[in-house]
Design a protein around this ligand. Sequence first.
Ligand SMILES: [Zn+2]
Ligand SMILES: [Zn+2]
Length: 436
Amino acid sequence: MRVGKRLTSAGLLLALLAAVAPAAAGVDARTAQKIDEEVDKVRAEIIKIRRFLHMNPELSNREFETAKLVAAKLSSLGLDVKTGVALTGVVGLLRGGQPGPTVACRADMDALPIQELANVPFKSLNPGVMHACGHDIHTSVALGTAMVLTSLKDRLKGNLKFIFQPAEEGAPADEEGGASLMIKEGVLDDPPVSAIFALHVWPETFGQAFFSPGEIMASSDWFQITVRGRSAHGARPHEGVDAVVVAAEVVTALQTVVSRSLDPSDPAVVTIGKIEGGVRSNIIAEKVTLEGTVRCLSEANRKRIPQVMENLVKNIAAGSGASSTFDYRPANPSVYNNPELAQTMLPTLVRVLGRDRVQEFKPQLIAEDFAYYAQRIPGFFFFLGVRTPGQPSAPLHSPTFNPDERSVALGIKVMCHLLLDALEKQSVPAGDGLGF
Ligand SMILES: [Zn+2]
Ligand SMILES: [Zn+2]
């Protein structure tokens, strides 16, 4: 559950960790070595799987072949597998050899409608569709983690749930999908999940983890504004109401929502990404439609922004003799890293990657539907640097995005340690435990 705003800064947490890191408990040296050996064993197979996924990307809610591959692999490992969760989602339950809680690892499986331009031998074979957000890496990391931890099953103090989710990028119009539907269909229940982990590739320094306790990514809401004026001859504007001029005023005024109406220490973005209106150069436009996105870190801003926007739009339109409609639809909440879970698990990141490879990360105004899981139970979400050293960086969602494949093995290793430590730390008897 969300307990408040950012309780502490990552800087403070990391400073604390620097003091306690040598004493930080976690998996023992033998288990750590076993993880390394098992990662080495699965490396070739998992890279093959990653390349297959990259060559065969599928759009949101259409991850049919990806889901088949995932389900087959999980079944071959002996996990309890559920398919068809939230349409194409797959969930695998690995029951540990010892009793304990259930902790989850979530990966997303969908690709984007982008024509790949990256120069790789395993280029997308699906025209106009590409894994440009690295979900092929995420799926491979989660599968590899399941493979490695299956071989350590007897040591698990509890269960691990591997969640392969469709439609993170958003379900097609008029369809449900993604994390919220997975939750609705019970993915966090039976057995109940006490904490959930996920990583996202990030096109910066290879091998660095970027983390922030509290909000790490923004909420993402959609809006559409329609301005209706009255059509007239382009040379006789006084006989009509020009929806283009009114819309232009609306666009300008909306820039003041963030700059003039909000606390500047609490970031937000209002973007209008699409304008459509008018019919011809010499006709006063009767109608203009504006569409955009609003990003916030705090619920306070998320509540206030639509109110300010609606008020501005209504008054500007009315002041010009036009009418307006305002349609605002909340989508993803902000992604919240539970500070207590962060405090418990950050030593693991530091131990596996090294102190200088765990970086404080300013919250990003991008969005991720992992937010829904983290609203329900303690969540831990971090970014993993995947930029090949010496190579120029191509951003996420770009046609040249090309993460360094070594991130798959590294991601598996980090995820294995996180999940094992989470089970270990939650299994400490009540009273001494680090309950999340
Ligand atoms: Zn994306
Ligand atoms: Zn993504």
